[in-house]
Design a protein around this ligand. Structure first.
Ligand code: 5GP
Length: 182
């Protein structure tokens, strides 16, 4: 059975950058590609970062029972499909979900290893979210509001890693994965 590494952390903490660097460094580790109704950002690729779908398509997948878990996060819907868990074959899987998704996965796969990535300070999230200029004002507000709630849930994860420097964080995550596999 492939192991599941479930990673959460507030928007703006740098999760995507970290996970994208981690995957190629760890043989036998694949990224589970989620579905989302959020619009694609510049630099993102359909099928690599997410499966980008319409609201209607997402509704259809929910009705078909295609998801292991799905949730409304910020202003959009996101879900982990059964297919995404199969796509990695025998590889261990890295799954990026919000705190609701982590709750659902923990329940269904109790042996899943859960990891929460924290910012060095809450203010860093605001700096990053406004600095990257990717989200609109209301979207940034929404993400910061969600982040407050998410940070309170950090204690329910098996491991917590503070993202001081991306390279260090990637290394600590790699060590963690290797330790769990031993
Ligand atoms: P973003 O829009 O910044 O890519 O992601 C927003 C949030 O959705 C992040 O907290 C991310 O972890 C979460 N997310 C991404 N994929 C999934 C998923 O499949 N399920 C759930 N529950 N959350 C997800």
């Amino acid at each position: 059975m492939p192991r599941l590494f479930v990673v959460s952390g507030p928007s703006g903490v740098g999760k995507s950058t970290i996970l994208r660097k981690l995957v190629p460094r760890v043989p036998g580790l694949s990224f589970a590609v989620s579905h989302t109704t959020r619009p694609k950002r510049a630099g993102e690729r359909d099928g690599r970062d997410y499966h980008f779908v319409t609201d209607e398509e997402f509704d259809r997948l929910v009705k078909e029972g295609a998801f292991v878990e799905w949730a409304r996060v910020h202003l959009h819907r996101y879900g982990t499909s059964k297919e995404a868990l199969r796509a990695g074959g025998t590889d261990d899987l890295l799954i990026e979900v919000d705190v609701q998704g982590a709750d659902a996965l923990r329940e269904q796969v109790p042996e899943a290893v859960t990891i929460f990535i924290k910012p060095p300070a809450f203010e860093d999230l605001e700096t990053r979210l406004t600095g990257r200029g990717r989200e609109s004002g209301p979207e940034v507000e929404k993400r910061l509001e969600t982040a407050t709630g998410e940070m309170r849930r950090a204690a329910s994860y098996d491991h917590r890693i503070t993202n001081d420097r991306v390279e260090d964080t990637v290394e600590r995550l790699q060590e963690l994965v290797e330790r769990v596999r031993e």
